[in-house]
Design a protein around this ligand. Structure first.
Ligand code: ZN
Ligand code: MN
Length: 136
């Protein structure tokens, strides 16, 4: 991430570095707001605009994967920016991404059956996570 940002002459401020660290380290697929809250614990003067701008650039550089949702509650994966399937809890909004086999085969089958050259994919599974099943 850092090397790519430097290539683009993106000034790496301590705030931006903290945003990068949060994104790279988190397996929880944080929202912009969660990243904002977390970075503010260390750098209280960070603006929401800085968070948005940093994420937008990382997205452009394919260093972060955006999981966009129609209601705007977008989530971000900075630990694995290549397309991969997600399981999303409809109640608590927890996002999991275990390694699945056969995703490449699925992509190839799609390409074979449509003639499309596939660049990426979006595969979301919606349901209740184990914790929410217990609460219900
Ligand atoms: Zn849940
Ligand atoms: Mn993910």
């Amino acid at each position: 991430m850092l090397a790519k940002l430097r290539e683009r002459d993106f000034r790496i401020t301590p705030q931006r570095l903290a945003i990068l660290k949060i994104l790279a380290a988190s397996r929880r697929h944080p929202s912009v707001d969660e990243i904002y809250q977390e970075v503010r614990t260390e750098f209280p003067t960070t603006s929401l605009a800085t968070v948005y701008k940093t994420i937008a650039l990382l997205k452009e550089l394919n260093e972060v994967l955006e999981l966009g949702f129609p209601d705007g509650s977008n989530r971000y994966d900075g630990s694995n920016p290549s397309p991969h399937p997600h399981a999303i809890c409809v109640r608590c909004k927890k996002v999991m991404d275990p390694e699945l086999v056969n995703i490449d085969a699925l992509s190839e089958e799609m390409s074979r059956k449509t003639g499309y050259k596939i660049y990426h994919h979006r595969l979301d599974f919606f349901g209740l996570c184990p914790e929410c099943q217990e609460k219900h």
